[in-house]
Design a protein around this ligand. Structure first.
Ligand code: E4P
Length: 214
């Protein structure tokens, strides 16, 4: 499973990129709204740092509007992926983008049928939202298993992005259950490093080194 970072914050993207683990970036309108810069300028900055897929979400809700927005966004850099919502209009737009050779990420997926439809429309990526399902008492991770099994049985090559990740266990489980990618907030990427035995080990090595017989 690969790591994307789920943010529009350039500092976080640069920090995660420097760790050497970053394969891409996802943004959404809520994340972009927190930043003090135009969407297009931020996408330009991100694509100068990251060569993997950078998802840019359209705001239009009609397919013609999604296409004209998406075509403009796609001009920013060759690694821009157009993110569209899981609606009939969204899938019409996916079909057109695919014909034009532009990658797409279908977002706000909450059922296996939605994922299957998105994949059949030609989505490069499908994004099931784990955390938001957990929030309403469903099991987001079970959805990853189901989508993964369906895609395997039917030889579907759309990649599954485990999205709406809230904690490290989501990541281990998403990997085990067949997600190709997890898109992870920077805070959670940092949590993945933590283990008290790692900290204690470093402390003890340094202590022994400092007390060595010279
Ligand atoms: C995915 O592409 C979305 O940007 C994201 O994972 C949403 O996560 P949230 O539920 O924490 O807003």
């Amino acid at each position: 499973m690969k790591f994307f970072i789920d943010t529009a914050n350039l500092h976080e993207i640069k920090e995660a990129h420097a760790l050497g683990v970053l394969s891409g970036v996802t943004t959404n309108p809520s994340l972009v709204a927190k930043e003090d810069i135009t969407f297009e300028d931020r996408l330009r900055e991100i694509t100068e740092v990251v060569s993997g897929s950078v998802s840019a979400e359209v705001i239009a809700t009609d397919w013609e509007g999604m296409i004209s927005e998406g075509l403009e966004l796609a001009k920013i850099a060759p690694n821009i992926t157009i993110k569209v919502p899981m609606t009939p209009d969204g899938l019409k737009a996916v079909k057109v983008f695919k014909e034009k050779g532009i990658k797409t990420n279908v977002t706000l997926i909450f059922t296996a049928n939605q994922a299957l439809l998105a994949a059949r429309a030609g989505a490069s990526y499908v994004s099931p939202f784990l955390g938001r399902l957990d929030d309403i008492g469903h099991n987001g991770l079970d959805l990853i298993s189901t989508i993964s099994e369906i895609f395997t049985v039917h030889g579907i090559d759309s990649e599954i992005i485990a999205a709406s990740i809230r904690h490290p266990l989501h990541i281990t489980e998403a990997a085990l259950r067949g997600a190709h990618i997890a898109t992870v907030p920077y805070k959670v990427i940092l949590q993945l490093f933590n283990h008290p035995l790692t900290d204690q080990g470093i402390e003890k090595f340094l202590e022994d080194w400092n007390n060595r017989n010279k």
